[in-house]
Structures are given as C-alpha cells and as structure tokens.
Design a protein around this ligand. Structure first.
Ligand SMILES: [Zn+2]
Length: 135
C-alpha cells in the first residue's frame, strides 16, 4: 500500500515515528572523566574491598544521570564516571556504600549498621553528596 501525505493529514493512516536512539559523541569533559575513572575507580574499589574484607565480582564504569553507583546481587558493581568530580571522601563514601550492598542488598538497619562501622560520618557525607549533580 502506498501511503500519501493526504492519508496522513486526513488521519486515515496513523503511524508512530520512533525516534532512533543515537549515541551522541561524548563531550571532551566526559571523555576525560571516563579516562580518569577507568584508571582510578577499579583500583580504589579493590583497595577499599581488601581493607574491609569484601569480595566483588566485577566493576564497570558507567555514565548515567540516575545514580552514583549500583551493586547487583551477583556482586557486579557499577560506578558512575561522575565520581571523579567529587572530593575524595565523598567518592570513598559512595564506594563503601556499594561495597556494603555485597552483604545487604537493601538500605535496611543491618546495611546502615555496616556502613556506619566503616564510615561513621556517612549521614553528613550523604547530605553533602546531594549538592553535586550528575552531568
Ligand atoms: Zn544503596
């Protein structure tokens, strides 16, 4: 069937234009953050894990605008390249938060007790983290 402009304008034929998801090239700023993040974050995560007796399965560097990091039940940790824009103690706080999820896959009392033991000022750090936006 040939669809004419008239068909569309009259509403006889309706279709949805699906916008193609195209990956835009990274800005130089984001590319630089990614490079830094790849060199630094896996090493720092491994250091903190060793120091506190955690074992994770994998670590990946991500760029998203929804979270600073995440941890799956399989022990796969994702870290946002935006972490490189944070002061060191805030960055470590996020890493410790994700490591604590290796033992508790929620934000319940046991999770908080563990995080508290590793990072006593976590509540203050969490508040400070809110001042930073993901780019
Ligand atoms: Zn969490």
């Amino acid at each position: 069937m040939r669809i004419t402009l008239g068909d569309i304008l009259s509403g006889r034929v309706r279709f949805v234009v699906r916008r193609r998801r195209r990956k835009l090239p990274e800005t130089p700023e984001v590319a630089a953050l990614r490079k830094e993040a790849k060199a630094y974050l896996p090493v720092r995560l491994a250091e903190l894990a060793a120091e506190h007796g955690f074992e994770f399965n994998s670590v990946r560097i991500k760029h998203n605008s929804s979270n600073w990091g995440s941890c799956s039940s399989k022990g796969n940790i994702n870290l946002n390249l935006n972490l490189m824009r944070l002061p060191e103690e805030l960055r470590d706080y996020v890493l410790l938060h994700e490591l604590c999820h290796l033992r508790h896959m929620n934000h319940g009392p046991e999770f908080h007790a563990l995080l508290e033991s590793l990072c006593p000022n976590h509540a203050e750090l969490r508040k400070r983290l809110r001042e930073y936006k993901l780019i």
